[in-house]
Write a protein that binds this ligand. Sequence first.
Ligand code: MLT
Ligand code: MN
Length: 312
Amino acid sequence: MKIRVLGSAAGGGFPQWNCNAPLSRAVREKRHGFLPRTQSSIAASADGENWAIFNSSPDILTQIAAAPDLQPRSGGPLRHTPIKTVVLTNADVDHIAGLLSLREREPFLLYATARVLKTLAENSIFQVLNPEVVERRELPLSGVTELEGPAGPIGLTVETFAVPGKVALFLEAEGEENFGTAAGDTIGIAIRQTAPNGTGKTLFYIPGCAAVDDPLRRRMDGGDCLMFDGTVYHDTEMADTGVGSKTGARMGHMAISGPGGSLEALRPVELGRRIYVHINNTNPILDPGSGAARTVREAGWEIGYDGMEITL
Ligand code: MLT
Ligand code: MN
């Protein structure tokens, strides 16, 4: 199974268009070690020919332009794409806005939970993906789904599971518990090559997660690779750096550091590799020379970057 990180940043990207804070300045000024990052998405393929995209970010056209595997094949039909399937983990803007760039009557299959499909159905702009061309399929809140493209199975199977999170920012209901969040607003995904040809290796992809509990730890234990929510390092870093007031917790993202943070919560879990993705532009791990970056590396984590490729 081939995996490519298309975008390793959280919503806003790195640098964020309107951000003048030191980290965004540093990457804009091309300071040594600071890598520009596009918004949150990965791609996976069992055969290198048929690809599934997990989340479709506003930067998808730039991401496709940087990935020859995702481009029309030389000598192929006049209109075609290796992208056969798109899978969504939630309805956040950084995960669905790229769907609008995948119009042009190109068939592919779109998978999401009932909650996320409802959001797409209720926002008529997504009708640019005519459901007669782009078939929408519901993912179970808990279960195994063999992914298909327009011509049938693409050799990947996903296991979906609900994780603690928050409803998309633009759907928040004030005054309701956890802003109206319901099961299916955020899922995690275990991605495997379909048996019998598959290697049995598992990639866990969880770009948004508010908390890790024992069942989630047990589920991930023994996984070959984890790509996990690296939005903020400190829960209060938006306020600490003066760019905003929301905490990571308020945004549905657990912090990396601190009690209950992902470093601590995932330390007991056996994993082949562990990689932070969905990294917010305030996160100090974006500075490879920072103490935070050193801390996560020393704890065995890698800091995801655009174009990172993995074979499982
Ligand atoms: C998030 O991950 O919290 C969202 O992508 C925030 C946003 O809508 O920009
Ligand atoms: Mn996001």
